[in-house]
Design a protein around this ligand. Structure first.
Ligand SMILES: [Zn+2]
Length: 124
C-alpha cells in the first residue's frame, strides 16, 4: 500500500479524519481486475491500481468520480485544476493588452498626422 499522499497534489495529511484525506477505490478496469486476481495469490504485496489517496482539498471532488476508472478520474480533476490556472493567465494577459492598446493608438495617430503633413505640402 502506498503511503497517504494526495494522488493529485502530493500533499500528505492526517489520517485521523477521513474528511481531511482518505483512500478511495475507483471503478476497476480490466487490468485492475487482473491485478486483484493476482493479489489473491499468497505472499502478494502491492497497492491496488484502482485505489488512490486524496487530501482534504481534493477528496470531495474525487468522491464524485468513483464511477470512473482512476486514470480517467485523475484526468478530469487535473483538467479542472488547469482551468483555474488558465483563468489566472487570462487576467495577466488582459493586464498586458491594455498598455499595448494605448501604444497601438499612439502609433496609428502618428502616421495619420504624418500623411496629413505630406498632403498639406502638396495642397499648398
Ligand atoms: Zn490534494
Amino acid at each position: 500500500m502506498k503511503p497517504p499522499m494526495c494522488e493529485l497534489c502530493s500533499s500528505g495529511f492526517d489520517l485521523s479524519d477521513p474528511e481531511l484525506g482518505d483512500l478511495l477505490y475507483f471503478k476497476k478496469t480490466a487490468s485492475d481486475k487482473a491485478w486483484y486476481k493476482k493479489a489473491e495469490e499468497p505472499g502478494f504485496v502491492g497497492h491496488p491500481p484502482n485505489a488512490a489517496w486524496f487530501c482534504g482539498d481534493h477528496i470531495k471532488k474525487a468522491k464524485e468520480l468513483l464511477d470512473f476508472p482512476l486514470g480517467e478520474a485523475l484526468q478530469q480533476m487535473r483538467s479542472e485544476l488547469s482551468e483555474y490556472v488558465d483563468l489566472g493567465d487570462k487576467e495577466i494577459i488582459e493586464d498586458k493588452i491594455k498598455p499595448l492598446d494605448s501604444i497601438i493608438e499612439e502609433e496609428t495617430i502618428e502616421p495619420k498626422g504624418f500623411w496629413a503633413k505630406v498632403k498639406s505640402w502638396f495642397i499648398r
